[in-house]
Design a protein around this ligand. Structure first.
Ligand code: NAD
Length: 357
């Protein structure tokens, strides 16, 4: 098969981890007989340096002409919060999600067998395993709602951030969660705050309607505060967890943390139409940029998600995941994770994973 991938290498360690992932894509293409072409897209701080804006005109169009987008990471102290919005890399991130209609963010939080010691939870909890697909609504809710700031008569300044959700927005992300569960362990946990919020009550009623369409899927409602607690008490109980934007932002970081290293976790952002956007959950790590120290595994596992969800090629995805596990089981490691012997760099780790495919 033939695929075109947009590469947003980005800033800091972004180009290093994307380069590593591209060697893996090429290896998979060679082994399984696919033809892959790449289109380079400038976005983030490097685009600000080149064009004066972090999200140059035509960025979304270039990505839309591809089958999938691979993003390293954007940002860094050079383009900090004191800069105008159009020069800040974070502006570009929000814009591309919105322009590509990426309403569902999937974070796969797994504890890889070779790294069980990196789990900060008690051994008896870690031994039960962690394999959670966190599905976060990405382009609605309070992060995109109307904001206001005004003077009150006797309490100083007051601000509001509006949280709004429509049935359509809830249903499309909910359906994504149920479809994912059908391909996994067939369990969906929907997270809300229905004891307080009206948006959560609507969320829950739409999820219940969807649950009836998927009778094979075990369904449960959890309140967000309880979920935060359950994630550290017994994360093995979760399969697919679906929630709105802000709750998902917080819970997906918690889910990531309990698996040990930021350098290990992939994510996918999916919309109704191609292309999906695949990226590691970590940032641009300016402290180690350009030193061949970055762990490329999160980006390489994001490529596995790309093969599975955008190209519908699960066998290729499994080949990547198994190669990662095999390399880790042999004790190879980058400086951020535990292993045996001297750590290896980004390039060597990528090459080892290619050798195991
Ligand atoms: P970060 O994830 O970049 O780094 C946090 C710590 O983890 C650092 O010590 C870093 O060295 C380490 N780390 C991260 N990724 C690693 C990897 N692959 N291998 C080894 N170690 C790794 O988070 P931060 O320091 O808060 O943010 C740095 C910049 O990245 C900021 O400008 C931030 O806005 C940006 N950022 C971008 C994205 C994105 O592009 N999606 C996401 C988060 C942060």
């Amino acid at each position: 098969m033939e695929f075109k991938i947009a590469l947003i290498r980005g800033d800091g360690i972004g180009p290093e981890v994307v380069n590593g992932a591209v060697t893996v894509i090429d290896k998979v293409a060679e082994k399984f007989g696919h033809k892959i072409t790449y289109v380079d897209v400038d976005m983030g701080g490097n685009a600000t340096d080149k064009y004066g804006v972090s999200y140059p005109a035509g960025t979304a169009e270039k990505c839309k002409a591809c089958d999938a987008v691979l993003l390293g990471a954007v940002g860094g102290p050079k383009w900090g919060p004191d800069k105008p919005a159009e020069q800040r890399p974070e502006t570009a991130l929000l814009a591309i999600r919105k322009d590509l209609g990426l309403f569902a963010n999937l974070r796969h939080a797994t504890l890889r067998p070779a790294l069980i010691d990196a789990c900060p939870l008690k051994d008896e909890i870690a031994q039960k395993g962690i394999d959670i697909m966190m599905v976060r609504e990405l382009i609605g809710g309070v992060y995109f709602g109307k904001r206001d700031r005004y003077e009150t008569a006797d309490c100083g300044v007051e601000c509001t951030d509006l949280m709004a959700y429509s049935e359509m927005e809830i249903e499309r992300v909910g359906r994504q969660a149920f479809e994912l569960a059908m391909k996994r362990r067939k369990k969906v946990t929907s997270v809300d705050k229905a004891n307080v919020l009206e948006t959560s009550r609507l969320w829950r009623s739409v999820m219940h309607r969807l649950a009836q369409e998927y009778p094979e899927v075990e369904y449960e409602d959890y309140l967000v505060d309880n979920t935060a607690m359950q994630l550290v008490r017994d994360p093995s109980q979760f399969d697919v967890v679906v929630t709105e934007n802000m709750f998902g932002d917080i819970l997906s970081d918690e889910a990531s943390m309990i698996t040990g290293s930021l350098g290990m976790l992939p994510s996918a952002s999916i919309g109704a139409q191609a292309p999906g956007l695949y990226e590691p959950i970590h940032g641009s790590a300016p402290d180690i940029a350009g030193q061949d120290k970055a762990n490329p595994i999160a980006t390489i596992l994001s490529v596995a998600m790309m093969f599975k969800y955008s190209f519908n090629l699960p066998e290729e995805a499994s080949a990547i995941e198994q190669a990662v596990d095999a390399v880790l089981a042999e004790g190879w490691h980058t400086p951020d994770i535990a292993g045996q012997g001297e750590p290896v760099g980004t390039k060597r780790m990528s090459a080892l994973i290619c050798e195991h495919i």
